[in-house]
Design a protein around this ligand. Structure first.
Ligand code: MN
Ligand code: MN
Ligand code: ZN
Length: 285
């Protein structure tokens, strides 16, 4: 029996959320990631029930599942600026509502940037905002998944410990997951290029966060070196991680049921997505 590989790519929702499913279908994705709204604006037009119905209809037909949500780039729940912090909370609330409406099991979130107030303060702020969000959304199924980051500037989440600390401060932490981004973690200093390094990295993840929290994997090669703290994605096998790291990941039975999603550059349309997906498939033994 052929195993169904859970791989896909981030897809655009321009023209309607269901368009992302159609694009995923065309590329043979079994899972995709979407923004729940325009990722560069605070405001969003409300999702109509017709739009939601259409989304479900196409999801059912294509069997693309899960569809993972990713939050917008303006949101910063660690911000020390009161206005941005307030806008971020409200906007994240809207995103959770939209994700829940669309039946997305996970909403991937960048933990945030503390803008100079320090890591401890930032971590407290993020956890406090998540507690507020949970209170506002009782009984929701969608889980917030904190994404590992490269640690550019004052960005939090580049150490497994920081994600663990945030989760520890969240009261309803059964509603929390983690998204492992291969480019970000590599830039943050976590190596997966050899079997030994790969095993050590995930042993460390398990020790600090717990593998049970791992819900989503982002597959991106990295332009910059191990520990560079620079967040720049490139195509699978064309960066500093190289094919071996992705081979280890793709053949790791522990991630069979975890959506593995490309966020590689989209220049030139879908051709590169198709290539990256076929490279990933070719790595599976
Ligand atoms: Mn992300
Ligand atoms: Mn990512
Ligand atoms: Zn990135």
């Amino acid at each position: 029996m052929e195993k169904k590989l859970l791989i896909g790519a981030h897809m655009s929702i321009s023209g309607g959320v269901f368009n992302a499913i159609l694009a995923g279908e065309e590329l043979g994705c079994t899972t995709i990631q979407i923004f729940t709204k325009n990722n560069n604006q605070w405001k969003a037009k409300e999702l109509t029930s017709a739009e939601v119905d259409k989304f479900f209809e196409h999801q059912k037909r294509t069997e693309i599942s899960p569809i993972v949500g990713h939050n917008g780039y303006l949101i910063n729940l660690a911000s020390s600026k009161d206005d941005i912090f307030a806008l971020s909370k409200e906007s994240m609330l809207v995103e959770l509502q939209r994700a829940e409406k669309l039946g997305l099991p996970y909403l991937v979130m960048h933990p945030g940037s503390h803008l100079g107030t320090g890591e401890k303060e930032g971590i407290k702020k993020i956890a406090g905002a998540i507690n507020w969000l949970h209170q506002k959304t009782p009984g929701y199924e969608v889980k917030i998944c904190l994404e590992t980051t490269a640690g550019q500037g004052n960005t939090l989440g580049y150490k497994f410990e920081q994600l663990a600390q945030i989760i520890d401060l969240v009261k309803e932490n059964e509603r929390m997951g983690v998204c492992y981004d291969t480019c970000h973690t590599f830039a943050a200093g976590y190596d997966i290029r050899t079997k030994k390094a790969y095993q050590d990295t995930f042993k460390e993840f398990d020790k600090v966060i717990g593998l049970g929290r791992l819900k989503v994997i982002h597959l991106n090669d990295a332009v910059k070196d191990l520990g560079s703290r620079v967040d720049r994605h490139t195509h699978i096998g064309e960066g500093k991680i190289g094919l071996e790291g992705f081979r280890l990941l793709m053949n790791d039975k522990r991630w069979e049921k975890i959506p593995k999603i490309l966020e590689t550059p989209k220049e030139g349309g879908t051709a590169k997505d198709i290539k990256n997906l076929s490279v990933l498939r070719s790595l599976v033994k």
